[in-house]
Design a protein around this ligand. Structure first.
Ligand code: ID4
Ligand code: ZN
Length: 261
């Protein structure tokens, strides 16, 4: 399906509200995290990341990002604890990035932008039967956000960045088996959490966001590989996939909690 939305000057984030009025809702994402206004919540238990059985299936270019999909099985990778009352199963992870390394993340921290942001999308399998059902429920999804900054080469990410040339065009999918994304999490799992939304249409306000404070480092040449992906299909005029990020949205009175003091 050719989305009628994108990241261009005539179909980008400032136009999305026309097709998706929720874009102007009260719990939209991403946000700028003002660290001085975050509240330490001692009731936040540690996040439990159980990614042992990781049956990744494929990597695909869906025309707005590149995503790695996971099998929807009972013993799949799950997260629980932290701000979560239920277990949430990993469905896919994907990235957002810029034209250059100075910008590209969706969340910002005291106005600081990062080169990229990894999103690991999970859905509440305790309460809902399908991802689609969960994606429309206020506690249906939990997304882990990891900032990427230019620095040392990231060994774990190599398997992903080396596969990007197989999914250059929109609509392309390639096998990618047994990829365990635990290696993409920062060492320090200190996080901020707040109630928000999908950052792409349909912008459902169904996401409990968990954003890690510590960025991971990836090499400049790894970042450049993301920028050779295309928004466009083969035979269409080439449009490089970059700046596929939504800018920060109004906080509308929400509180951002910190897992640490
Ligand atoms: N940036 S984000 O907020 O982490 C993020 C997400 F969390 C998502 F879940 C999706 N998402 C969109 C759909 C189509 C579904 C089609 C059926 C109705 C629900 C959406 N599948 N996953 C998504 F694209 C995205 F960008
Ligand atoms: Zn995302």
């Amino acid at each position: 399906t050719s989305n009628c939305w994108g990241y261009g000057e005539d179909d980008g984030p400032f136009f999305w509200h026309k097709g998706y009025p929720i874009a102007q809702g009260n719990r939209q994402s991403p946000i700028n995290i003002v660290t001085s206004e975050t509240v330490y919540d001692s009731s936040l238990s540690p996040l439990i990341v159980s990614y042992e059985h990781c049956t990744s299936i494929s990597i695909s270019n869906n025309g707005c990002s590149v995503a790695v999909e996971y099998a929807d099985t009972e013993q799949g990778p799950v997260i629980e604890g932290g701000p979560l009352s239920d277990a949430y199963r990993l469905k896919q992870f994907h990235f957002h990035w810029g034209h250059k390394d100075y910008h590209g993340s969706e969340h910002t921290v005291d106005g600081k932008t990062y080169a990229s942001e990894l999103h690991l999308v999970h859905w509440n399998t305790s309460k809902y039967q399908t991802f689609r059902e969960a994606a429309a429920a206020s506690d249906g999804l939990a997304v882990l956000g990891v900032f990427l900054e230019a620095g040392e080469e990231h060994q774990g990410l190599l398997k992903i960045t080396d596969a990007l040339n197989m999914v250059k065009f929109k609509g392309r999918t390639a096998d990618l088996k047994e990829f365990n994304p635990k290696c993409l999490l920062p060492k320090n799992l200190k996080y901020w959490t707040y109630p928000g939304s999908l950052t792409t249409p349909p912008l459902h306000e169904s996401v409990i966001w968990i954003v890690f404070e510590e960025p991971i480092e990836v090499a400049k040449k790894q970042m450049e590989k993301f920028r050779m992906l295309l928004f466009s299909q083969e035979e269409e005029d080439e449009k490089f996939m970059e700046n596929n990020f939504r800018p920060p949205q109004p906080l509308k009175g929400r509180q951002v909690c910190a897992s640490y003091n």
